[in-house]
Design a binder for this molecule. Structure first.
Ligand code: KIV
Length: 266
């Protein structure tokens, strides 16, 4: 547990960057999980639109709706006592117009206890970030591999265009983002960007030189069969444990050993 258990604020992010204190972020989508992660001392809970692939069983995040994000954001924010909660803006909730981006970002702050929104895109989204921030809504940016660009990118691929990534990072910082996620950016470049930027970088598949790290909850705990991103360290194999527990339950019911004496009323 952290010694300092007061609620995390947006200014803490820049203080921690200046102090060289690493920032920890994990995704969360529901109340009990958020409660566990918060009590473990995670600094920031990201209600990612990865809910589409982790919870909804989709192939991409494109189908996730704004109303679904609002719902999951409310559940997570209700559980967090210390962690700062950031809600992802789903595909087409901020790209159509700045007016819509401000209004839908504002609803997240008005209708949930989240403190910030996250959106994908660098230079091309800078004016939108600036408009949202001007409305007093903190924005976390996200550059590099942006999953909502999957159709244009043609797959989940490491982004290596150095000049473009550097320009993206500088544009979102200048636009007023309080932090930026660097997804699948080569480690050396991510470290250079981290040194150049006045705001913290939060890496995922971007090496150890970032100011903080984010992992997707289901990846780090082995909850999804199949594709295993090589950057996602497994901290537990909960999928296997759940399968074994469920199989034991099936066995116990079938052989009559559950429920027992103590599990029945008289
Ligand atoms: O949606 C998400 O979970 C994310 C993280 C991978 C950063 O954007």
């Amino acid at each position: 547990m952290p010694s300092d258990d007061r609620p995390v604020t947006i200014p803490d992010f820049s203080t921690w960057k200046n102090q060289g204190r690493k920032i920890t972020v994990l995704t969360a989508y529901d109340f009990p999980t958020a409660k566990l992660l918060d009590s473990a001392g995670v600094d920031c809970l990201l209600v990612g639109d990865s809910v589409g692939t982790t919870v909804q069983g989709r192939d991409t995040t494109l189908g996730v709706t704004y109303e679904q994000m609002l719902y999951h954001s409310e559940l997570v924010a209700r559980a967090a006592r210390r962690a700062l909660v950031v809600a992802d803006l789903p595909f087409l909730s901020y790209q159509v117009s700045r007016r819509q981006a401000i209004s839908l970002s504002g609803r997240i702050l008005k209708e949930t206890s989240c403190q910030a929104v996250k959106l994908e895109g660098g230079e091309r989204m800078a004016a939108t970030i600036e408009a949202i921030v001007k409305a007093e809504i903190p924005v976390m940016a996200h550059i590099g591999l942006t999953p909502q660009s999957i159709r244009r990118l043609g797959g989940y691929k490491v982004q290596r265009a150095e000049d473009a990534l550097r320009a993206d990072a500088q544009a979102v910082a200048q636009a007023g983002a309080f932090a930026v996620v660097l997804e699948c950016v080569p480690a050396e470049l991510a470290a250079t960007i981290t040194t150049l930027l006045p705001i913290p970088t939060i890496g995922i598949g971007a090496g150890p030189g970032c100011d903080g790290q984010v992992l997707v909850f289901h990846d780090m705990l082995g909850l999804i069969d199949g594709f295993r991103p090589r950057f996602a360290r497994r901290y537990a194999e909960l999928g296997e444990q759940i399968r074994k527990a469920a199989a034991s339950y099936v066995q116990d019911v079938r052989d009559g050993s559950f429920p027992g004496e103590g599990e029945s009323f008289r």
